[in-house]
Write a protein that binds this ligand. Structure first.
Ligand SMILES: NC(=O)c1ccc[n+]([C@@H]2O[C@H](COP(=O)([O-])OP(=O)(O)OC[C@H]3O[C@@H](n4cnc5c(N)ncnc54)[C@H](OP(=O)(O)O)[C@@H]3O)[C@@H](O)[C@H]2O)c1
Length: 237
């Protein structure tokens, strides 16, 4: 029996991981900023399996919130971070508000660093971050997200040395059909159809594709300081 803390577990890829774990009878704690969203996710997870489901409200960009996740004597086996808010972050750099860039970096990069800082000594097996394809395929409108995602690879390898024998890795997803796309001002169906034709995998990802990659990194005890690309071949499309 394992316990996994999933920061971002109320939606998308984090929720898919929680779903896979509770279906196997494993315990999860899902974390997000919105309590209603957490409660709805918990109810759905409790119907999906026998694992215990807990919820905790926290903003990964706030140090006091992250410290609170790891307060007390409790240890967890695995921590997975999927949290990100893409609202307003895409577009040409010259037109992007600096406050928007800072809040993206606060959550996506510094938030991951805060997790490394406060999880040390409280996580026993693995810590996994989530980056993304735009670190490897910049397109002129995703530069700040690309920078945050690219830096997560270096953060993970540094923490893998510091936190050893706890293993620290990154999953880099390609395009995956999750609610994060609702934050973007675009026709996602048309964009997905267009990309799917060009991808070597000939389809867009589903959340469980990424959940299975998290599970592989959590369970393979010889993988650390690694970026696992789960992108349908998007880097080469
Ligand atoms: N979907 C894709 O195509 C894609 C592609 C490449 C990379 N990624 C990356 O994959 C990760 C997961 O994305 P997803 O598509 O699963 O997104 P999602 O469905 O929008 O889920 C994001 C989750 O993170 C939580 N969250 C957001 N900001 C947070 C914060 N500051 N503190 C704590 N929790 C926060 C959200 O809950 P609340 O809003 O309630 O806080 C939600 O549970 C992200 O890092 C994203 O950048 C996604």
């Amino acid at each position: 029996m394992t316990e996994t803390l999933i920061i971002g577990g109320s939606s998308g890829m984090g929720f898919a991981l929680a779903h896979a774990l509770v279906a196997e009878g494993e315990d999860v704690t899902i974390v997000g900023r919105t309590m209603d969203r957490l409660a709805a996710a918990r109810a759905e997870l409790e119907r999906a399996g026998s694992g215990r489901v807990c919820t905790m409200g926290a903003d990964i960009g706030r140090e006091e919130d992250v410290a609170g996740l790891f307060a007390g004597d409790r240890c967890v086996d695995h921590v997975v971070v999927t949290a990100a808010d893409a609202t307003g972050v895409y577009g040409p750099t010259a037109g992007l508000a600096t406050t928007t860039a800072r809040s993206l970096l606060d959550a996506k990069l510094l938030g991951a660093w805060l997790v490394g800082k406060h999880a040390a000594g409280k996580v026993t097996e693995s810590l996994t971050f989530t980056s993304g394809i735009n670190a490897y395929r910049p397109n002129g409108s995703n530069t700040i997200m690309a920078a945050a995602n690219g830096a997560l690879a270096s953060l993970a390898s540094g923490l893998a040395i510091e936190m050893a024998p706890v293993r620290v890795n990154v999953v880099s997803p390609g395009w995956v059909d999750t609610p994060i796309w609702n934050q973007l001002d675009m026709d996602k169906r048309a964009a997905f159809a267009d990309l799917a034709k060009r991808l070597p995998a000939r389809r867009i990802g589903v959340p469980d594709d990424i959940a299975q990659a998290f599970l592989a990194l959590m369970r393979n005890r010889f993988i650390t300081a690694t970026v696992l690309h789960v992108d349908g071949g998007h880097r080469f499309a």
